[in-house]
Design a protein around this ligand. Structure first.
Ligand SMILES: [Zn+2]
Length: 289
């Protein structure tokens, strides 16, 4: 749970890499930029954590010292909609990610639930629900209780992960929290966010289904996005005109509802745009103060 709106990048920013910074340096460098969140990328992981426990713990320590809130993006190789074998392998991958998240005291493990394939949305939902409940049971027995699993809203109509599906999963499974990827919703719905009302409706849907705390403490991804009739195509920077969604409108809703989301920038210029988003929100907060 964030104590205030927080901003940070999805992964290590290119400029940090250019100065040969190590993972342990990242929280300090983010703090120097005035950022206060970081989403560690475990997106290529298999069935075991691919970070040493002591390195994960060190990252967690540095994050706490620098007041940077951590989350972890789980493996892309998770698909809870596939056959039995795929689902079992996916469970192991998600558990590996949650284990490392606990080591670093990351709050949320973001994951992509999967693809519909040839199954109906109803079949896929049931399969996903069952798999997720099993993962949570296992996490409980191993004492991994502080980490929340965060199914993400997905950017293509072929992917399981509409807002409705994500909220329904979180309603049914404990130790979960919805991850609202605004660009994905925008692309999935062919340019959903045209005005402030559309943003409001998403926040209200989260509140109605999961309660006020869930709405206040959303974990979000944001970037400008290009889409086709098949949904998400690619990400764009905040400076590129002609692409949505418009962060100013979301910032207005954050200010209006006094939300405290964690907003992870997935823009091609990760931290640079996280700073821009933070500044836009500051302006909106001042405007209504
Ligand atoms: Zn994602």
């Amino acid at each position: 749970m964030a104590d205030r709106p927080r901003f940070g990048p999805a992964g290590v920013p290119p400029s940090f890499k250019a100065m040969k910074a190590t993972l342990i340096d990242v929280p300090r460098l983010l703090r120097e930029e005035g950022l206060d969140a970081f989403e560690y990328q475990a997106v290529r992981w298999g069935a075991k954590p691919q970070i040493k426990k002591e390195d994960a713990e060190k990252l967690g320590l540095k994050a706490r010292e620098n007041d940077v809130l951590l989350s972890l993006h789980a493996s892309y190789f998770i698909n809870f909609c596939g056959d039995k074998e795929t689902i079992e392998a996916s469970k192991a991958r998600l558990i590996a990610c949650a284990t490392a998240a606990q080591w670093m005291h990351a709050q949320t493990v973001v994951f992509h639930p999967g693809f519909y394939g040839k199954k109906t949305p109803e079949e896929v939902f049931e399969g996903c629900l069952e798999a997720l409940k099993d993962v949570v049971e296992k996490l409980k027995t191993w004492g991994i209780r502080e980490v929340k699993l965060g199914p993400e809203t997905m950017g293509k109509p072929s992917q399981f992960g509409s807002l409705e599906e994500v909220l329904a999963l979180c309603e049914e499974v404990e130790q979960t929290q919805p991850v609202i990827d605004w660009a994905h919703l925008h692309a999935r719905e062919q340019g959903l966010f045209k005005d402030v009302g559309e943003f409001r409706r998403v926040v209200e849907a989260v509140e109605k289904r999961l309660g006020t705390d869930a709405a206040k403490n959303m974990h979000c991804h944001f970037t400008k996005v290009e889409f086709t009739d098949k949904g998400e195509k690619c990400h764009h920077t905040m400076d590129e005109a002609g692409y949505g969604p418009d962060f100013t409108l979301l910032a207005r809703v954050i200010a209006e509802f006094k939300l405290k989301p964690v907003i992870i920038s997935e823009s091609p210029v990760l931290d640079v745009d996280a700073i821009k988003m933070r500044d836009i929100l500051q302006k909106e907060l001042k405007a209504i103060a």
